[in-house]
Design a protein around this ligand. Structure first.
Ligand code: FES
Ligand code: FES
Length: 272
């Protein structure tokens, strides 16, 4: 591995994780480097505007950059996937490989992991080649060919799921009647927050709400109804429905939200 690639890994992952990723790099890794890193800040509304002509690594078709945004769980890989004036198009996905956490690059066609050669679709995040098995998170982005500004919305939500307003998500029981039942669950991505949350009515009737971002390497956990736990598909950590770790490699609990209820709604607070 080149000195520059080792230095890059340190920059993006920190010294400890860079060591692990560097150890993982095979001698025959292709000449794909992680995309160059740029630090940006998001607006209060959770958007990032990139004037594409300011980023020489992104401006040509096939180019890509890695964006570090304070408060985001992982850096973002922005790839220039199509070209031709008004037909320019860009894709934005998480830039950390779901296999063992290496930073990703773009070869002009696929998102590629230099460590063990997993490939992902830049548009859907789907795994195209193993060893990774878990897709990348995708982000909503819109390019304005007139201004040449790419706007990335970090807090886009899921249609039909209530938005986070002033840090609160209100789930009316009329729309989510299952939350009346003990042992039930609801999940969705509130716009204004942009990350999945889980809300549970436990068997004893109490409520719990947690964030879906695994505290190991920021994959998204899934609810397993049969096991009544939250399972991370990346490296098999498990958590209780109240967010406590029950199986490593994660060591920290999931982010927990405050949950209250009124006569006709469940209210999740602290969603910001
Ligand atoms: S870290 Fe192993 S394929 Fe990406
Ligand atoms: S990201 Fe590694 S266990 Fe979840």
């Amino acid at each position: 591995m080149s000195t520059s690639r080792r230095g890059f890994l340190k920059g993006i992952l920190g010294t400890g994780a860079a060591g692990a990723a560097a150890t993982a790099l095979p001698g025959c890794a292709p000449d794909i480097d992680p995309a160059p890193v740029t630090d940006v800040t998001a607006s209060e509304a959770g958007t990032v505007d990139l004037l594409v002509t300011r980023y020489p690594d992104l401006e040509p078709v096939g180019g890509a950059i890695t964006l570090r945004v304070p408060g985001e769980p992982t850096p973002l890989l922005v790839a220039h996937t199509k070209g031709g004036g008004a037909r320019d198009d860009f894709s934005v996905v998480s830039s950390i490989c779901t296999h063992v956490g290496c930073p990703l690059g773009y070869d002009g066609k696929d998102v590629v992991c230099p460590c063990h050669l997993s490939r992902f679709s830049p548009t859907t995040g789907a795994v195209l080649e193993k060893p990774a098995t878990v897709p990348l998170k995708t982000y909503v982005a819109e390019y304005n060919p007139g201004t040449k500004v790419l706007r990335i919305d970090l807090r886009a939500g899921q249609a039909g799921f209530p938005a986070a307003v002033n840090g609160q998500v209100v789930l009316p029981l009329l729309d989510f009647p299952e939350l009346r039942n003990n042992g039930s669950s609801v999940t969705g991505i509130p716009s204004g927050y942009g990350k999945r949350i889980f809300v549970f009515r436990l068997e004893d009737g109490t409520l719990s709400a947690v964030d879906a971002i695994c505290t190991h390497q920021q994959c998204e956990v899934e609810y397993r109804q049969q096991e009544t736990d939250l399972f991370c598909p990346c490296h098999a950590s498990t958590f209780t429905r109240t967010g406590e770790v029950t199986k490593a490699p994660a060591t920290l609990p999931l982010k927990k939200f405050t949950v209250t209820e009124t006569a006709d709604a469940v209210v999740v607070s602290g969603v910001s």
